[in-house]
Design a protein around this ligand. Structure first.
Ligand SMILES: [Zn+2]
Length: 221
């Protein structure tokens, strides 16, 4: 059975990891509009040519072009491939457009899966992270310090590094951006009863199992 799903989740929820698993284990294809746009421009498809002209003129790619891009990609994939929409739709108009794109191809949106994170727990998890500058081994200020102070357990190195993005302000800003981006579309899909929430703070395998359960469950008619 062909599935069409939207996977949502704020930075740190593990959306990329879960999407890759679905690709590897089920041959699903992740459709990210940015990637599709670059690929279409490069391949010089009809929509790619249109998009390039718009971008070369310094203008934003319209919803019509994005819709065309998704349609073009779905037609390339054929009717038997299950897809994961990533970063689209972002507005009510795009959600309507997606319904139409799917409908004319005998597809329908089966599930919207949102990976949830608890913001304070995410801040706690991310702000303490650091790693060995030599071998990359991961540590945490509160949960996983090296056994010997300032010495890497793996390689004995003494240099450690922190990513500049791993601070509370960045995490909270990204969460706020995520909420603003999904606010226009979540209620539309909730009204249809196709939204399911999964605890993104759980272990990767547990999250994967939860997603599998949703994909195997009966879908809306
Ligand atoms: Zn090391």
């Amino acid at each position: 059975m062909t599935l069409n799903i939207i996977l949502l989740g704020p930075p740190g929820a593990g959306k990329g990891t879960q999407a890759s698993r679905l690709e590897d284990e089920h041959g699903m294809v992740q459709l990210s509009t940015g990637d599709m746009l670059r690929a279409a421009v490069k391949a010089g498809t009809p929509i790619g040519v249109q998009a390039k002209a718009v971008m070369d003129a310094g203008e934003l790619v319209s919803d019509e072009i994005v819709s065309g891009l998704i349609g073009e990609r779905l037609d390339q994939l054929g009717g038997d491939v299950s897809v994961i929409f990533d970063g689209y739709p972002r507005t009510a108009a795009q959600a309507d457009a997606l319904d139409e794109i799917l409908d004319v191809r005998g597809r329908k949106l089966d599930h919207v899966i949102e990976l949830l994170v608890e913001e304070d727990a995410l801040v706690d998890r991310i702000t303490g992270r650091f790693s060995c500058a030599t071998c990359g081994a991961g540590y945490h200020d509160r949960y996983k310090l090296p056994k010997v102070a300032d010495t890497c357990d793996q390689c004995g190195g003494h240099d450690f590094k922190r990513r500049p993005d791993d601070n509370e302000e960045t995490v909270r800003t990204r969460m706020a951006e995520y909420r603003a981006k999904t606010a226009p579309i979540l209620p539309i899909y909730e009204a249809r009863g196709i939204v399911t929430h999964v605890d993104g703070m759980a272990d990767i395998d547990v999250v994967n199992d939860a997603i599998e359960l949703i994909l195997n469950s009966a879908t809306a008619p």
